[in-house]
Design a protein around this ligand. Structure first.
Ligand code: NCD
Length: 362
């Protein structure tokens, strides 16, 4: 079974192929109007969503298929205490492919193990969001003509912004990429993203807190929302929520062909006046989500009998995952599983959420 849990399960050839199909869909949508006739997409959204859920729905409908599902955990049996594994096991019997969003990190991985149909991660907590990344890559390709040789500024909540984590993972495979990571100290990129995708001088990057200083060198500015729902302290959120507000003045020193992106929803981090600037690409980016998701549904349904990219983990005595947002903390009888990240220093990472794990014995 082919699933899409993490963007790196797709090779660069896979990604190029998806972009090609998406562009063909944009050019000749009628060719695809019955491509999924008789197929059903299950949309299991345990967390709020507008664009992701509706673009998945629109994608399946545009392919001639049908959609069923729920848009909040309270309207599913999760509110009665049903596990992710049981819900997905059941919905596999009612659909041919499932897109799911869940607040717990690693939930789609657990779902993929329980499902008998392909699972697409539509966002898991503050971890990953691979289909937003496909949307972003299609947008960058269409705007810039290439995915190479770009200086990309990522601004805002880099700690909890799952779209940022998946975008960095994907872009780190292209050449001539430099990341400028713009955030307050408290919302810096998590260690696992830095370590896995930017580590050892693999990719050029700098971390700063001043957006205006970074602006002149950027080809892409990817703004993000401060993710209120992931903060454990509301006061801390209030202190950080207005860290960056992109206004037309701040764009004065930007390149004339800058591409301003945002996965949306925006709160106040981009002034509405910026929408009139021809460099604002975020609404077009949201529209692209439908076409790339059409290409993805087609691919996964076609490849459903191919083996999945293995994600291997082992039980390690004395190790447990301490991330309160990890699915392994709530799902019944889920064995804690780890992979060794750094043998010399004995660093392990949880296979569900990728966070470092600490020995209980310490
Ligand atoms: C993002 C998400 O859900 O992570 N939105 C989206 O999917 N388009 C970003 C966000 O919620 O801020």
């Amino acid at each position: 079974m082919r699933n899409l849990i993490d963007i790196l399960e797709l090779s660069t050839e896979d990604i190029n192929g998806l972009i090609e199909v998406a562009e063909d869909i944009i050019a000749t949508p009628e060719k695809y109007a019955e491509a999924c006739k008789g197929k059903i997409l299950g949309t299991l959204f345990f967390e709020p969503s507008t664009r992701t859920r509706l673009s998945f729905t629109s994608a399946m409908m545009s392919l001639g298929g049908n959609v069923l599902g729920f848009s909040e955990a309270t309207s599913s049996s999760a509110s009665k205490g049903e596990s992710v594994a049981d819900t997905v096991h059941m919905v596999s019997a009612y659909s041919d492919i499932i897109a799911m969003r869940h607040p717990k990190e690693g939930a789609p991985f657990v779902a993929a193990k329980a499902a008998t149909v392909p699972i697409i991660n539509a966002g898991d907590g503050g971890h990953f969001h691979p289909t937003q990344t496909l949307t972003d890559l299609l947008t960058i390709k269409r705007k810039k003509g290439s995915l190479n040789n770009l200086t990309i500024g990522l601004c805002g909540d880099l700690k909890f912004g799952r779209t940022v984590h998946s975008l960095i993972a994907a872009m780190s495979r292209y050449s001539g990429i430099k990341f400028v990571l713009i955030s307050p100290e408290e919302l810096k990129l998590p260690g696992y993203v830095k370590y896995e995708f930017l580590g050892d001088g693999k990719i050029a990057y700098e971390e700063i807190d001043d957006l205006e200083k970074a602006m002149p060198e950027l080809d892409i500015l990817y703004m993000t929302r401060i993710q209120q729902e992931r903060f454990s302290s509301y006061d801390e959120y209030l202190r950080l929520k207005d860290s960056y507000i992109l206004t037309t003045d701040k764009l004065e020193c930007a390149k004339p062909d800058l591409c301003i992106m945002h996965p949306l929803p925006r709160v106040n981090e981009i002034s509405v006046k910026v929408d009139e600037d021809p460099r604002a690409c975020y609404f077009e980016q949201a529209a692209n989500g439908r076409f790339i998701r059409m290409a993805l549904i087609l691919k996964l349904l076609k490849e459903r009998d191919l083996p999945d990219v293995p994600r291997v983990g082992m039980s390690v005595e004395g190790l447990s995952c301490e991330n309160p947002r990890c699915i392994c903390r709530t799902e019944q009888e889920l064995p804690p599983l780890f992979r060794c990240a750094d043998e010399t220093h004995g660093v392990y990472r949880c296979v569900y959420c990728d966070q470092k794990a600490y020995s209980k014995k310490k």
